[in-house]
Design a protein around this ligand. Structure first.
Ligand SMILES: Cc1cc2nc3c(=O)[nH]c(=O)nc-3n(C[C@H](O)[C@H](O)[C@H](O)COP(=O)(O)O)c2cc1C
Length: 223
């Protein structure tokens, strides 16, 4: 039985496009697998606090040597990592903010990518000393962008630091399979936007079936 970690990162509520996409993905999943467990983590409405010097010091202190204050510092991080460890599939509703992920989502990544929890560090590995500890997870990013042309060969490809950043970091979450569906043109609110929304919502049930292994791999990239 699948456990989905459903993260929403938009500060917007009902007007958020990425929230609608991630909600649709989870709902389609439940139609196929009603017994799936859903863990909801709304970092858009309740952003994890930014890391501080005290937090970094606590994270880099061996568990047995930590003070009570340091254990308190890491409590939210422990909770977020526990949610991540339980999940097989991570679904992120990710708005594009200033050509990358929202600050709230970055703060979540900073709290879950933690030494000896989600990655190990060993200089004996040479120039690539970090290795993920977790394995076998699937990541689905449902994104919305005001402009357009962020996909391969697009006019703004080089300005896209959203999924490139998320997919790079996702390696340290134990992600071994990643997918993206994105809506473009949100700020234009024209026919191109409406087509992009329709394409994205049409791609969602196809991707759900693919992730569940009902259908083989198909090209669902709604870029
Ligand atoms: C603070 C902020 C920064 C944004 N930066 C960008 C950007 O760099 N590129 C872009 O295409 N759209 C940008 N947008 C537009 C959003 O990507 C767009 O509104 C999208 O629908 C947001 O997702 P949401 O509807 O889930 O909130 C920005 C919006 C906000 C509020």
């Amino acid at each position: 039985m699948t456990t989905l970690l459903h993260i929403d990162a938009s500060p917007r509520g009902d007007r958020s496009v990425s929230r609608k996409l991630s909600k649709s993905f989870v709902e389609h999943w439940l139609t196929h697998e009603p017994g799936a467990t859903i863990i909801s983590r709304d970092v858009g409405r309740a952003p994890p606090p930014l890391i501080t010097e005290a937090w970094v010091a606590a994270a880099f202190t061996a568990p047995g040597d930590r003070t009570a204050e340091q254990n308190d510092e890491l409590r939210l991080s422990d909770e977020l990592i526990d949610e991540l460890e339980r999940a097989n599939v991570i679904v992120i509703g990710a708005p594009m903010h200033n050509y990358g992920m929202s600050a709230a989502l970055k703060s979540w990544f900073d709290k879950v990518i933690r030494i000896d929890k989600t990655f190990s560090f060993d200089l004996a590995r040479g120039d690539f000393p970090l290795e993920p500890i977790l394995r076998g997870k699937t990541l689905v990013v449902l994104s919305s962008r005001g402009e357009f042309g962020f996909g391969p060969g697009g006019v703004r490809e080089s300005m896209n630091h959203l999924e490139t950043h998320i997919f790079t970091c996702a390696h340290y979450l134990g992600v071994q399979e990643s997918h993206l569906i994105a809506v473009d043109y949100q700020e234009f609110n024209d026919e191109r936007y409406r087509r992009s929304v329709a394409d994205a919502f049409a791609a969602i049930p196809v991707l759900v079936r693919q992730c569940l292994g009902i259908d083989g791999p198909v090209d669902v990239a709604a870029e």
